[in-house]
Design a protein around this ligand. Structure first.
Ligand SMILES: *[C@@H]1O[C@H](CO)[C@@H](O)[C@H](O)[C@H]1NC(C)=O
Length: 430
């Protein structure tokens, strides 16, 4: 409230003003309840206070006390948190958990990556490495800022996907078209028991038209039917202004054991994933990014189930084993996966089947091929004998191929691969 200034000479005037002020205060105090009932100012303020307190509480839970902090050139703060203090150990089932520092078994590979990768190619790394690293026995965690939480639709939803977002290619119904605005262009296998999956994915920075949309490229390890108890483990790269406050391309993970309802989250934004690696931060920016018609940069993602302990491990590149999802987080995936998907997903907020220009992958269609279209290559699955092998019977799926498309292929160099992506809105996708 802006009070009019009293002329210094007039005491009576000042008195009257004070009286009016006091009356106003009294009135607003006594009537806060009434105002609340009608959704007035009093309630708004109280709600704001409550929300502020909830945000602080949530930040305190997410951001563990670091032994060191590194400021990344992209504005992130990376906290080096003692490995035993990470968010996973807030989980009641993990109170007495003994951290597995490494997997008992790696899957046996088909491809020798060191032979495939050319030596002089620049490796993908994370931006914050330019300003320091975390010491041993700590893990790097991207600090959640107040603004991050405030961008979420609610504090409870922060770090969670908004909707069910995994397509079920085997039961596509026409009325599922554009459901919740999630659009996919993916390759998939089903009908067997899978114990992991791998892919080499080139990295792009798709442009996002609306702040509450996102674009990502990832693999899905899926268990169960596509009902309320769907299990999913996901990893890849994403651009999500809502989650991170910018348009940077970031490494991410996701998990859920109930179809994106109560359980699971991105990265370390809830208890579940146990990180063991001190060099890579979940949700941190990666670079370099591929250039249209120029240099191409890709990342390797491998997820597999350790046959000894049953945990699902995640590896990034050839060198970084990042950590694991304990088997007990899941129902179906406690045994094995029944479906693997690889590909892109965007959220389109435009209603009624029309489209924003949010890009998937490079923003170009598969037809354009290498250097211009985005790809997944050497896609593989882990079988029941812990061997990586080429997937059999790969299908592909997209809701609207004139907006985002996918094209499978197979050759000696790239094994099983596909190009995918698109521009979203264009003359054939209005
Ligand atoms: C992200 O990109 C969009 C579209 O290019 C732009 O409008 C927006 O301002 C950017 N957002 C941020 C946080 O930089």
């Amino acid at each position: 409230m802006a009070a009019p200034r009293a002329p210094p000479s007039s005491r009576r005037c000042l008195f009257v003003l004070l009286a009016v002020l006091a009356a106003t205060l009294l009135l607003s105090a006594c009537c806060a309840e009434g105002a609340a009932a009608t959704g007035g100012k009093g309630m708004t303020r109280r709600r704001q206070l409550l929300r502020q307190r909830q945000v602080q509480h949530h930040l305190k839970r997410l951001n563990k006390a670091p032994v060191a902090s590194i400021e990344s050139p992209d504005g992130d703060i990376i906290d080096c948190v003692p490995i035993a203090s990470q968010p996973a150990f807030d989980h009641p089932f993990l109170k007495d958990h003994t951290i597995q520092t490494r997997p008992a078994y790696h899957p046996e590979g088909l491809y020798d990556e060191s032979k495939v990768a050319s030596k002089d190619r620049q490796k993908i790394t994370q931006m914050w490495h330019q300003n320091g690293m975390c010491q041993e026995n700590t893990i790097p965690i991207r600090r959640t800022k107040k603004e991050d939480v405030l961008r979420a639709s609610s504090i409870k939803r922060y770090g969670k996907k908004m909707h069910k977002s995994t397509p079920n290619p085997s039961s596509v119904e026409p009325n599922m078209l554009n459901e919740n605005g999630h659009q996919h262009a993916i390759a998939y296998v089903e009908g067997d028991k899978y114990y992991g999956a791998k892919a080499t994915i080139n990295v792009w920075q798709p442009s996002i038209q609306q702040g509450n949309e996102f674009s990502l490229s990832q693999l899905w390890i899926l268990g169960g039917s596509f009902g309320q108890d769907l299990n999913s483990i996901e990893a890849g790269w994403q651009v999500s202004p809502d989650l991170y406050g910018d348009n940077n391309t970031r490494l991410f993970t996701y998990w859920t054991s109930d179809a994106y309802q109560a359980t699971g989250c991105y990265n370390l934004l809830c208890s579940g994933f146990i990180q063991t690696n001190n060099q890579i931060a979940m949700g941190a920016s990666i670079f370099p990014i591929s250039n249209y018609g120029g240099s191409q940069y890709d990342i390797n993602i491998l997820v597999w189930k350790d046959p000894k302990e049953g945990n699902w491990w995640l590896q990034f590149g050839n060198d970084y084993v990042l950590g694991y999802w304990p088997s007990f987080l899941f129902s179906y995936l406690a045994d094995s996966a029944s479906m693997i998907e690889w590909g892109g997903e965007v959220v389109n907020t435009e209603p009624d089947g029309s489209h924003t220009s949010t890009q998937m992958g490079s923003g170009h269609f598969p037809e354009e091929g290498f250097g211009k279209s985005s790809y997944f290559k050497n896609i593989q699955v882990v079988d029941s004998t812990n061997n990586l092998k080429a997937p059999r019977g790969v299908g592909s799926y997209t809701e609207q191929s004139n907006c985002y498309d996918v094209q499978n292929g197979n050759n000696g160099d790239w094994g099983t691969y596909f190009y995918y992506g698109g521009p979203g809105k264009n003359p054939n996708c209005p």
